[in-house]
Design a protein around this ligand. Structure first.
Ligand code: PLP
Length: 457
């Protein structure tokens, strides 16, 4: 991980005025330092470290500050605004709840709660029967962990083992971090769960050493067995991010199909973490559909609520109904505002064909990114992703090794030029524009990335 920190000192950058971008002040804009200082005084340090852009408003595919600067947003906040920032249907849906004077009802029933659950389940086209709603993605991971283990107990597994993947991210609460595969993030826990096992991620550079993804998986699983786990009796769940986050890396389809068969043969529940991949982001309703597999559970968040705090775990009744009444609940579960956000999201995706749009624009997006990869082949090692999610992985032309400094500098330069990308702190620059972005703004954003790379290599 790089320890890069963005410059807080305003820099006189070239001024820009296009239909999609405006840069009319030094960047960071005047006034930024005051807000940053206030936050650094009062907000936990761990929340800081993003590019120094003070968001004033966001609309469609643009983010604005209060000084008249306007960015093309390739972040969707963090893959939240799939349906576009400040979407009108979303605002109207929330407004209706506000006008009804129903801001909360704990776990009591309400019409909006019933309607949203129905719409959400319909949106899965028969794949899942029930949902348990929460507020953040990490809570959805915790709920999936609980369901996988309760199911393991129900069917008499000897141990409640879960298999996850090295390098994966599932959230920052205890269970999610134990499941996650990023070691430094887990040091604070002070112990590891002997029943959580990690296999390596099938990165292309790892697979090079194996005859096939199948061979790779076989060897990874046999390592677990050598370490004392009986795959048949000791494992009750497998959890995978649909794509590995920092690199937007999808795994080989055959690998996921083999994982699915392994789960079926051994009576293991398969959970796909769709927190980033769900709700049309990848050009499918849910990203796991690219693998043509049928997970038992999916966890959702981010784009599920388009900005309202909404997450959830979805599955078949026989799994979702394992916990007794009251054993799996949450104060804010299915809050009316969250349901209003979720409902507007589903409606907007369906009415505006955003799945097809994400597919179509995704082809354009990846075609152009691959052109950049060819153009800067000495500095770009890979472009990964599908649909409207992509990561460009930078390397040093001298050493051929991952170059996280270059990716951070490119992210900063993009910001100075009116394009917002996700700074991962690793060698990747990650991008996921709102699915509603115009083709014109998508191409303009990519040309800004091109300029930024050209200037910084
Ligand atoms: N799972 C994945 C794949 C994520 O990317 C994230 C957040 O980045 C989470 C889970 C956790 O979501 P949240 O930050 O809402 O707790």
């Amino acid at each position: 991980m790089s320890s890069f920190s963005f410059s807080k000192k305003p820099v006189n950058v070239p001024l820009i005025k296009t239909a999609n971008r405006t840069i009319q002040t030094p960047i960071p804009a005047p006034g930024t330092d005051e807000i940053l200082a206030k936050l650094s005084r009062h907000e936990a340090r761990s929340m800081q470290g993003t590019v120094p852009l003070v968001w004033d408003r966001a609309q469609g595919f643009n983010v604005f500050d209060s000084m008249g600067n306007k960015w093309i947003d390739f972040t969707s906040a963090i893959f939240i605004a799939n349906i576009g920032h400040s979407n009108l249907r979303l605002i109207k849906s929330i407004q209706e709840v506000l006008d009804q004077n129903l801001l909360h009802h704990f776990t009591y029933p309400s019409k909006i709660k019933a309607t949203y659950h129905e719409k959400l389940i319909e949106f899965t086209e028969g794949e899942f029967d029930k949902a348990f709603l929460l507020s953040g993605g990490t809570e959805a991971t915790e709920a999936a962990l609980k369901l996988m283990r309760m199911n393991g107990q129900r069917i008499g597994k000897k141990r409640l083992g879960i298999i996850s993947m090295e390098g994966s991210f599932h959230g920052r609460t205890l269970g999610s971090q134990l499941l996650g595969g990023i070691e430094p993030q887990k040091e604070w826990i002070g112990f590891s769960d002997p029943d959580i096992f990690h296999i390596r991620c099938p990165y292309p550079w790892v697979l090079e050493e194996y005859s096939s993804p199948k061979q790779f998986l076989k060897e990874e699983l046999s390592k677990l067995e050598k370490n004392g786990a009986c795959l048949e009796t000791d494992i009750c769940g497998v959890i995978m991010e649909t794509f590995q986050g920092w690199a937007s890396l999808f795994y080989p389809k055959s690998f996921m199909k083999d994982i699915e068969s392994f789960c079926r043969i051994n009576n293991i529940l398969l959970t796909m973490d769709e927190v980033q991949a769900g709700f049309a982001r990848t050009g499918k309703r849910f990203g796991y559909q690219h693998y043509e597999i049928k997970p038992d559970l999916i966890t959702c968040g981010k784009g599920m609520g388009s900005g309202v705090a909404l997450s959830g775990v979805l599955g078949k009744s026989e799994i979702m109904d394992i916990p007794e009444v009251g054993m799996m609940s949450s104060t804010n579960s299915a809050n009316p505002i969250a349901c209003a956000g979720g409902m507007a999201t589903v409606e907007e995706i369906l009415k505006n064909n955003l799945v097809v749009e994400a597919q179509r624009k995704g082809i354009l997006f990846h075609k152009e990114l691959n052109k950049l990869k060819d153009k800067y082949h000495e500095n770009i090692s890979y472009v990964f992703g599908k649909g409207m999610i992509a990561s460009v992985l930078f390397k040093s032309a001298q050493t051929n090794k991952p170059d996280s400094l270059l990716s951070s500098i490119v992210a900063e330069t993009c910001m100075q030029k009116g394009l917002l990308v996700v700074h991962t702190g690793r060698e990747s620059v990650k991008m996921g524009p709102p699915l509603t972005i115009s083709d014109d703004a998508l191409l303009e954003g990519l040309s800004v990335l091109d300029e930024a790379i050209a200037e910084r290599i």
